[in-house]
Structure formats: structure tokens, C-alpha cells
Design a protein around this ligand. Structure first.
Ligand code: GTR
Length: 333
């Protein structure tokens, strides 16, 4: 947009009231504030990694590009975040791969129960060619409307509930457990013997408070910062899911950026992938300690085999169409 068009649109006269974006008539180039969001609060590794990315962007562009973070579900749950990024109402969303499966089927391989052997395996996959390919798949997807910037660690998800410790698979019977909104997760919980209830993260605390669900499943940091332990004190190490996070950028906004700005954002995002990881492990340990102090009952499950056997039908249903990709993931040592 040239200066004349901006004048015609009255942009300069209303500048004082414009809170975001946009044009600073005193600078040669326009300023852009990228709106970012996360369901987690300040201090959470993913939030801090994106904030650090914003500081770098600001420094590298003399303040022309910056990131404004809206943490703690200020802009809604992840479904809403995806929708807002798709229409360009926000630029950056840090979400779990969980709700991305229905959008880009290949991403669902990360959502399969017991897909990764451990954190190291998961990291090797997201840091390597498969990680890059999947980000590209998302970015080039004709209708997803999102650019995949990078991955982040999110540890292992374990089941927690208000009724009893889960020592063996039989203990899951009859428990209503909140799962993320993606059929693969409800199927997983049902295959394990519980009752999977799909629900947004933003509704979970209320659902536990009112007994709509008996519990949920997540990593230590989410269990702790989300205050979930207050309603479900039995945390059992089922380790059934290990789902990385993904940082997405609105394709609509992306296409308005210069190639240089795109490259800069992509570079800082790659760095954020590694930086979040360090914060992640520290936070995981801290949360676990806090939970022990808060009186949470943590239960180890020695024999995972019955759990792995029980989810075979889920693999039958969702893995077949991605057999080659899954084999490549399993072969990563
Ligand atoms: C967390 C993840 C969030 C969100 C949440 C959930 O581990 O960081 O992005 O997906 O789980 O269960 O909805």
C-alpha cells in the first residue's frame, strides 16, 4: 500500500487509536506486531520460547517486527486458535499436534499411542528429515491455511483422575477421561478400557470440578500449571502418548511478508525449537517435585505391555494409510 492510498483510507489520521500492526508514518518501513497465543501461562516453556523469539525479531529488525503474546487461553482453546490463525486474526499459534491431525492426516502419526520409544527418539524424529517433511506438508497443504514453523517438546502424557490410582489396565475401566478433540484419542482411551470424552482444554477444569469427567491425561507441567491436580490427585504413569507441540504461522499473514522477513522468522523459530527443549526438561522436573509436595499420588506402572496390546485396534484404524512413514519413524535410532 503506498502513502497516497493510506492517506485516502484515513490510516494516518486514526493512527493514534490503532493498537496493533501497522503503519508508523515516521519510519520508512511499517511496523508489524505479530499476535501470538498459547493455552499455557507465562513461565511455561513454550510461551517463554516464543517470547524469546519475539525479542530476537525486535532486535534484528530495529523494532520493525515484534511479537505480542496472549498466554493462558486469552484467545480461546486450540480449536479457536487454529481458526483465528487461518483467517489471519492472529499470526502465531503454539498448539499441540493433537488437534492438527484432522487437518493434515500425516500429522496424525505423531498422535498414535506408544508411537515414540522415548524423548530422545521423538527429538531425533522432529529434528531430522521427517520433522522437516511434515512441517512442509502442513505449509504446502492446500486448505490448512497454516505455515509450520517448528516443533517443541511436550514430554509424555499420563492419565490422572479423582477416583483411584491406576496400577493396571483394569483400573481404567469406567473412568471418564477427557481427551483432546481428535477421534484418535477417544478411540485410544476407549481401547484402554476407559471412557474417552473429547473436549477443549479450555473446558477441562470446569468439567473436572463438576464431575463431567473423572480426569484427563497430560504431562507434568500442564497438570501442575493448569491446576488439574487440585481435582484429580491420582497421577499414574501410563505414558500412552508422546505428542510434540507445533508452532504455526497464519499463511494469510505470511504471504504479506517479504522473503527476508520470512527467512528471519523461520530461523528464529528453528532456534526456539532447541531453546524450548532446555526449558522443558527443567520445567518437567520442577513440576514433578511440586506435585509430590502438593500430595499428588504418583503411581508407576511396571508392565506396559497390556496397554500397548490394547491399543492395537487404534493402530489398525489409523496407521495403515501411513505405513511407510511410520516405518521410517520406527527406524530412527
Ligand atoms: C498440553 C499441550 C497443549 C494442549 C493440552 C491439551 O500438553 O501443551 O497444547 O494441547 O495439552 O490437552 O489440550
Amino acid at each position: 500500500m503506498d502513502r497516497r492510498t493510506l492517506l485516502r483510507l484515513g490510516v494516518f489520521s486514526t493512527l493514534g487509536t490503532l493498537a496493533t500492526n501497522l503503519v508508523d508514518p515516521t519510519s520508512a518501513q511499517s511496523k508489524l506486531v505479530l499476535k501470538a497465543t498459547d493455552v499455557h501461562p507465562l513461565g511455561y516453556p513454550t510461551v517463554e520460547a516464543v517470547l524469546a523469539m519475539g525479542r530476537k525479531l525486535e532486535a534484528a529488525t530495529d523494532g520493525r517486527l515484534s511479537i505480542q503474546m496472549y498466554p493462558s487461553m486469552q484467545l480461546g482453546g486450540e480449536k479457536e486458535m487454529i481458526e483465528q490463525a487461518q483467517v489471519g486474526a492472529l499470526a502465531i499459534a503454539r498448539i499441540s499436534v493433537g488437534p492438527m491431525g484432522p487437518l493434515v492426516p500425516e500429522l496424525n502419526v505423531f498422535n498414535l499411542p506408544f508411537m515414540f520409544r522415548d524423548d530422545a527418539h521423538m527429538e531425533k524424529v522432529i529434528d531430522g528429515p521427517i520433522g522437516d517433511e511434515l512441517l512442509k506438508k502442513l505449509s504446502e497443504h492446500p486448505t490448512a491455511g497454516l505455515i509450520g514453523l517448528c516443533w517443541m517438546n511436550a514430554g509424555t502424557r499420563n492419565v490422572y483422575n479423582s477416583k483411584k490410582p491406576i496400577k493396571s489396565i483394569d483400573d481404567l475401566k469406567g473412568l471418564k477421561i477427557r481427551m483432546m478433540g481428535n477421534p484418535v484419542f477417544v478411540d485410544t482411551m476407549n481401547a484402554l478400557g476407559g471412557n474417552g470424552v473429547a473436549m477443549g482444554f479450555d473446558q477441562l477444569v470446569n468439567a473436572m470440578q463438576t464431575g463431567v469427567v473423572d480426569g484427563a491425561e497430560n504431562n507434568y507441567p500442564t497438570y501442575a500449571t493448569g491446576q488439574h491436580y487440585r481435582y484429580a490427585k491420582y497421577y499414574s504413569l501410563t505414558g500412552h502418548l508422546m505428542i510434540p507441540e507445533i508452532l504455526v504461522f497464519s499463511k494469510k499473514t505470511w504471504e504479506t511478508l517479504s522473503k527476508d522477513d520470512q527467512a528471519l522468522i523461520a530461523r528464529f523459530a528453528k532456534e526456539a525449537q532447541q531453546e524450548e527443549r532446555k526449558l522443558w526438561y527443567a520445567m518437567e522436573e520442577k513440576s514433578r517435585n511440586e506435585m509430590e509436595k502438593a500430595g499428588v499420588e504418583i503411581t508407576n506402572i511396571d508392565d506396559k505391555k497390556p496397554f500397548q496390546d490394547a491399543v492395537k485396534p487404534v493402530w489398525e484404524k489409523y496407521a495403515k494409510q501411513h505405513a511407510e512413514l511410520i516405518k521410517r519413524i520406527q527406524d530412527v535410532q
